[in-house]
Structure formats: C-alpha cells, structure tokens
Write a protein that binds this ligand. Sequence first.
Ligand SMILES: *[C@@H]1O[C@H](CO)[C@@H](O)[C@H](O)[C@H]1NC(C)=O
Ligand SMILES: *[C@@H]1O[C@H](CO)[C@@H](O)[C@H](O)[C@H]1NC(C)=O
Length: 390
Amino acid sequence: MSATSVRQILVFTSLLLLLCTAVYVQQPQTNNRLTSLIHRVQHSVSRHVDGFYSINNITENLDDDDDDDDDDDNGDNEFSMLKQPITPPESLPSDPYAQYIYQQTLKVGKHHSLSAHKKPRTIVVGDIHGNLVGLDRFLEMSKYDRRRDTVILAGDMVTRGLQSLQVVDKARQLGFKCVRGNHEDKVIRWRGFLDSLSLQEREIVEGGMIEDEVEDINGLSFQIRLQQHIQIPSDLKKNSEHYHLARNMSKAQYNYLRSCPLIYTLPKEISVRGVPVHVIHAGIDPNQGFHKQNPWVLINIRNLLDNGTPSRKKRLGQAWSDVFNDVQQQRSKKRQFLVVYGHDAGRSFNMKTWSIGIDTGCGYNRMLTGYVVETGETISADCSRSSTTQ
Ligand SMILES: *[C@@H]1O[C@H](CO)[C@@H](O)[C@H](O)[C@H]1NC(C)=O
Ligand SMILES: *[C@@H]1O[C@H](CO)[C@@H](O)[C@H](O)[C@H]1NC(C)=O
C-alpha cells in the first residue's frame, strides 16, 4: 500500500469517527430536550391541579352553547384536553404566557388641572372588536381631542372585525389606555406560547403536523413524541383568529396589548359620587375581595351560578352586576366603588348604581359606546359598515 492510500484511509476513518461522535452527542441532547419538555408539561399539569380552584369547578356544560359574543366552542384543537371552560380555572392564573399586570392607576395628567374652558374628559370606551370605522366615527362624534381627553379602552379591541391590528395601531398612536379583554388575552398567550418554542417545535405547531393523520408521520417517532409534549394551552385553538393575530402582530403591537392591565383604576381626583372607579373588561366576583380576584374572572365573568361560582355563560344563574350592586349597597361608603366594564354585548348598555356596562355590540356592527366619567354622559357611534358617518 502506498503512503497516499494509507493517508486517505486515515483521513476517511477520522472523518467517520467525527461523524459518529457528532451523532452520539446529538442524541442525549435531543433526549434532554424531550425530558425537559416532559418536565414542563408535568409541572404545568400539577400546577393546574393544585390551583386555587378545584378541578371540579370546570363545569363542562357543553350543551349550554350560548351564541353569545364569546368564542365559538366548535373549533377543534387536536391538542386540547378541555373545551373552553365556562367557569374558572382557565389556564390564565397558572399560564406562564399570560404575563398580565393585575392593576394600574391612571396618572392625572397636567391637563387635568389646567384650562377651565376646556374641561378634561376621561372616556371609557367599550369593545371595539376590530371595527376601525366604528372607532373613527366615535372619535369624530365625541369631538375627541388628544390634549384634553384620556381614553381608556375596556378591552376586546381585537377580533371579529377586519381591522384588529389597525385598531391596535390607532390606540397606540393616540396613547389610549386599555385593560385586557378575553380576546386580547388569547392573542397574547398564543404569541407568548409561540415565542417560547424552539424552531423545531414551532415548525411542528405551525405546520400541518397537528392536524395531519398519523399515516403521514410513519417513521417520525421522535416528532410524534415531541408533538405530544408540546402542550398548547387548552383553551387556545389552532387556526383561530387569535392564533393568526398572534402570528401577524408586530412586537410593538404585542407590547402594547401586554401593557393593558386587568384593572385600570382612576385616581381619586376622577371619581363618581366620591367613590373610586375601576375599569375592568368583564367584571368582578362580588364574593371575593377586590385584590383577590381570579384573573380569569376579571376578563370572562358574566354570571354567577346559584352556588356563587363565576361563569362566562349568561343563561345560568344571574348577572354578576346584580349581586355586586346588592353587596355594594350594604357596604360602608369607604368600601364602595364603581365598575365600568364591557364584555356583555348580550345585555348591551347596562347602567346600575355601582356598575356601568358599555359593550353595545360594535363587534356585531351595532354601536360603540363611551362613558365620560366626569360628566356621566354617554356617547354612541354606529358601527355598521353600510351607514354613512353621522
Ligand atoms: C366551586 O367553587 C366554589 C367557590 O370556590 C365552591 O363554593 C363550590 O362548591 C365549587 N363547586 C364545585 C362543584 O366544586
Ligand atoms: C394575517 O396576515 C395575512 C397575510 O398578510 C393575512 O392574509 C391575514 O388575513 C392576517 N390575519 C389576521 C387575523 O390578521
């Protein structure tokens, strides 16, 4: 054998060795990745079970299918263990993707102490639902003036309408304050979830793998195993509008949505009848302390079941605001407060002593309503596409 061929054999053997080592090293890494995924899943499952609310309280009342202004329950998510729950817990309190701010207090701007001839206004605006036309009409009708007015959006500025992200941009650009609605929540959590995935995991989630039948994936047992351990939070649906918005929105739009707390509190300078005002998307559980509200409740509640359990359905039990108003009435002045909320287009404008519901169905091309805290005035604009600007 010549020296050249010996050298060639040597080079070839070392290359082969290198390749084997690479494959060997790759293997445990993959396994570690899978193990850590499994840990993550086990962790989230145990957190779920140990949660504040008993698992029995996930009342799976699937027959009670309100065609309300909430999410359709008929989308299929292969990864879902549960359908959209109608009572807590939702994944929210234990869901790492939620990243919510519980409460924030409005700062009184300089303009609030100036200009007597141009009285500042704090306007709480109901659920816009991607209806930019409705929002524009509202701003025109209310003679919105950025230097004078503070706008607080009551949540659900996105989904249903065709211009969700344009509404987000407008809100950002005009410096609107906001609270998180159940629809923002899903968009935020989808985005947080997608961002948490590795490239490989993300490909599996975004690709057809989840919907495809097993026949396509013969021989890809690793992918199947991996797929089984990428857990999409149970109430998030693949290919839902939330999913597409989460993927489409820019970082700036995402950051804006995340900046909306669950509760926006007005400072005592801006109060109604001397009691504090809280803006909350859905409402509160009157049987719980104000600082102990379950985040799911704040963005989903419509009713209280007969046993006092909060529910997002409006057919069983009674409106949370009925019970809340009774409870408030019996409270000392020091503990009273007013809640301005959206979320319940089914009940539309709903003014009570201690609660004001302002979702008048812009998401259904009905009206967009704003409540001016300083004057108690309400302003409504037409959200239908056909009508001309008033
Ligand atoms: C649900 O939770 C409420 C309040 O935590 C409790 O009073 C009720 O008994 C629970 N219901 C079930 C079915 O576990
Ligand atoms: C997301 O972006 C795509 C491409 O621009 C568009 O076709 C789609 O309608 C968008 N979806 C949503 C929900 O914004």
